[in-house]
Ligand binder design. Structure first.
Ligand code: ATP
Ligand code: MG
Length: 247
């Protein structure tokens, strides 16, 4: 059996007396779209921050391709092949689309472009490829800040792709989007799962149940249930947690 692209074992994060993420285990594989759902405050973003190394776990382990990376800083985990987007935007509004993605690619190579012309060329090529992958060709020179919301979300995905990661962690990439744009980006995320391991945080149940291969339901930091969409839909525990909502 090949090792999971990214695996968490008993991942736990405390903030004072609050256990925001409580013993979460999951495995992400290339070719699979794994959605994490749960009410506000369930610990979804904290989980992403733990998986990306932006937060250190209070307990538990993290493995990339079977290799222990627990406690590694975010930049090192990023270079091990983990790309992420943020629930709150991280794009630089006054820079162009191309510059935003190029800087993301450059951060991942860790080589100063002023010192290394070849690294600059590689970052630019990676940026162009990521921009093409999300369908933003033709917008390279547009300022990020003036793009419509849907295109800004595409730009954030391009930034996550810029380092050529195996794993993509996407924290609510469809938030605040109209139905048509949401469809487009959902289709893109589905396509990206063909050659990435994708973890998707999303509140829109229609989208999640349609495109995910596997769902993990979090409530109060813990995994309530994990399995294929049909098993989650049939779960009494999940129905109770979402009482009054159609699944
Ligand atoms: N840096 C922090 N310090 C203290 N508490 C935090 C911190 N980050 C998150 N929390 C708390 O941890 C819990 C989980 O938050 P988190 O943002 O992970 O939830 P979420 O599932 O992403 O929610 P949402 O759906 O609203 O984005 C919340 O109670 C939150 O207030
Ligand atoms: Mg969140």
């Amino acid at each position: 059996m090949t090792a999971a692209a990214l695996a968490a074992h008993g991942l736990t994060r405390r903030f004072g007396s609050l256990v925001a993420v409580d013993g979460v285990s999951l495995a992400l594989s290339v070719g699979e779209l794994h959605a994490v759902i749960g009410p506000n405050g369930a610990g979804k973003s904290t989980l992403v921050n733990l998986l990306a190394g932006e937060l250190a776990p209070s307990a538990g382990r993290l493995l990339v391709g079977g290799r222990e990376v627990t406690g590694w800083p975010a930049w090192r985990i990023a270079r091990a092949g983990i790309g992420r987007s943020f629930q709150k935007t991280n794009l630089m509004r006054d820079l162009s689309v191309f510059e935003n993605v190029r800087l993301a690619a450059q951060a991942a190579t860790g080589e100063g472009w002023l010192r290394r012309a070849s690294a600059a060329g590689r970052a630019a090529a990676a940026a162009r490829a990521a921009i093409a992958r999300v369908g933003l060709e033709g917008f390279e020179e547009a300022k990020a800040g003036i793009l419509p919301h849907g295109r800004q979300r595409l730009l954030e995905i391009a930034m996550a792709l810029a380092s050529g990661p195996k794993v993509l962690l996407l924290d609510e990439p469809l938030a605040g989007m109209g139905a048509e744009e949401s469809e487009r980006i959902a289709a893109l995320i589905r396509a990206l799962a063909a050659d990435h391991a994708v973890l998707l945080i999303e509140h829109d149940m229609d989208v999640v149940f349609r495109i995910a291969d596997r769902l993990t339901v979090m409530v109060e930091g813990r995994v309530l249930e994990s399995g294929p969409p049909e098993a989650i839909r049939a779960s009494a525990a999940v129905r109770d947690a979402y009482l009054g909502h159609d699944l």
